[in-house]
Design a protein around this ligand. Structure first.
Ligand code: PLP
Length: 468
């Protein structure tokens, strides 16, 4: 067909609009969105005709209508939505790190959908502090003297360095100059804070005397940073917090520790490698400890700062603290998550991150069998499916080399490539994010919710059986 004829065949906006508006499901969508989508679709067709020229391109009204409907759905539905994490990576930064506990849902909604006592002291009726809602809880849980919370841990580190060491030198081991994903780099944060970085020791070995040799009247702090997302193995030496603390005491210099993940429980009890806990750092006498709210703690994005009262008071008064202020929704989610830690058994049961990390292999196996049962209907015509032993990752810059034995269902589609199916799964109403390995899609059940299994089957039915 000739170009001109194709152009003439393109329907008008009004015509498509009338067809679309006959469908009940578009009644509540603003008309402007609908006409914009129609215009955009017709424009796309116009460009396609221009590019394709006179050959082999057809214009069919019903296909155009379908394209418009697809565009309306895309524009009208939320961009930010839940996904199913089938990757097995528990703290997946791209997937929102820690999912919050359902246990806090009611209390959370009650506080944030009403007025609250965010900054009023209900006993005296005078202005209160937003930190009061978590400070004593954090102190009870960790043994610290004082605490505050800010937007995230990157902010916490910047704030602490700015408040305690701006214009002075901060000594850190060369093995701890970390970069966390998303451009958090210790040397750059340090520069931003106005403190001067003094790196000591070597990449693999740093001794106490390395720190001591560089202490002078201009030293503002000794900094220890958890090498969250990498591990130095072999011939290594790290100075323990306890030793740094005694050095700091000798010269009256504060010791700051950025724990990164900062776990409240000892994961070695549950079969993972021993990692330093927040409680241990406080006990060792570290003056200021910082860590994230949404890593191993399993709460919302936040930066938690705790330690000696004399330093926390100075940090609270720094102007950056106001700029990094935690918001009330985060504060509510954080308080209720922390409350679950008052009973460790409850925490492990109710906080999703802890539950997923400590799930016994037998439970994972049962789960994999349930998923397999749902997906079995697709064999052998549409996919090859089996249960395999795999490994999950902790993620979120914690336990970088730990491989957690898990069970997964692997699926190899027959009529599509794995890449094609992966794309289709990502474009579902509830997207499913899997891991691809050896030309199979891996559904690691560790990070999946049993309640989603039937949804996954329905979604795959639509794809494989082409139902809509
Ligand atoms: C993750 C991490 C940070 C950054 O924490 P956010 O909460 O992501 O801002 C800082 N330091 C270390 C050691 C970390 O692991």
């Amino acid at each position: 067909m000739k170009k001109n004829e194709l152009f003439r065949k393109l329907p008008g906006v009004d015509r498509i609009f009338n067809i679309i508006m006959k469908k009940q499901k578009y009644k509540d969508i603003p008309r402007k969105i609908i006409t914009d989508c129609i215009r955009e679709t017709i424009d796309t067709y116009r460009n396609k005709i221009l590019i394709a020229g006179d050959n082999g391109f057809s214009v069919e009204e019903n296909i155009i209508v379908l394209d418009v409907e697809r565009l309306i759905t895309k524009k009208w539905s939320n961009s930010f939505k839940r996904v199913i994490n089938a990757t097995g990576t528990v703290l997946h930064t791209n997937l929102g790190r820690a999912p919050l506990s359902a246990e806090i849902k009611e209390r959370f909604w009650d506080v944030v959908s009403n007025y609250s006592n965010l900054e009023i002291d209900l006993t005296t009726g005078t202005r209160g502090s937003r930190y009061s809602h978590v400070e004593s809880l954090l102190c009870d849980l960790t043994g610290a003297e004082a605490a505050l919370v800010v937007n995230n841990n990157a902010g916490a580190v910047l704030l602490v360095l700015s408040a305690l060491a701006s214009g002075r030198e901060v000594i850190i081991s060369r093995g701890q100059l970390v970069e966390i994903g998303g451009s958090f780099r210790i040397p750059e944060v340090m520069a931003q804070s106005g403190a001067r970085l003094v790196e000591v020791g070597t990449t693999n070995r740093t001794h106490l005397k390395d720190y001591e040799n560089f202490i002078n009247e201009n030293t503002g702090a000794l900094l220890k940073v958890h090498t969250s997302n990498y591990k130095i193995c072999g011939f290594t030496k790290v100075v323990e917090s306890r030793e740094l603390v005694s050095l700091g005491k000798k010269y009256k210099i504060p010791v700051i520790e950025d724990l990164g993940s900062g776990s409240m429980i000892d994961f070695s009890k549950y079969g993972l490698t021993k990692e330093p806990t927040v409680i241990e750092s406080v006990k060792a006498g570290v003056d200021v400890v910082t860590f994230s709210g949404d890593k191993l703690l399993g709460g919302p994005q936040a930066g938690i700062v705790l330690g000696k009262k004399e330093y926390i008071e100075v940090i609270k008064k720094h102007p950056l603290n106001r700029a990094l202020r935690i918001d009330k929704m985060t504060l509510a989610a954080l308080e209720f998550t922390l409350r679950l830690y008052l009973d460790e058994n409850k925490a492990v049961e109710k906080i999703p991150v802890l539950k997923m990390l400590t799930a016994p292999l037998s439970k994972l196996e049962e789960k994999a069998k349930l998923l397999f049962k749902e997906l079995e209907i697709f064999t052998p015509l549409h996919a090859k499916i089996e249960i395999v032993s795999e490994f999950s990752m902790v993620g979120g810059g914690a336990y970088p080399v730990e491989k957690l034995p898990t069970k997964a269902v692997i699926l190899k589609p027959i009529k599509f490539t794995v890449t094609e199916l992966d794309q289709m799964l990502r474009e579902l109403d509830i997207p499913i994010i899997t891991r691809i390995s050896d030309d199979c899609m891996v559904f690691d059940v560790r990070t999946m919710n049993i309640n989603d299994f039937s949804k996954i089957r329905t979604s795959l039915e639509k794809i494989f059986f082409r139902k809509s």
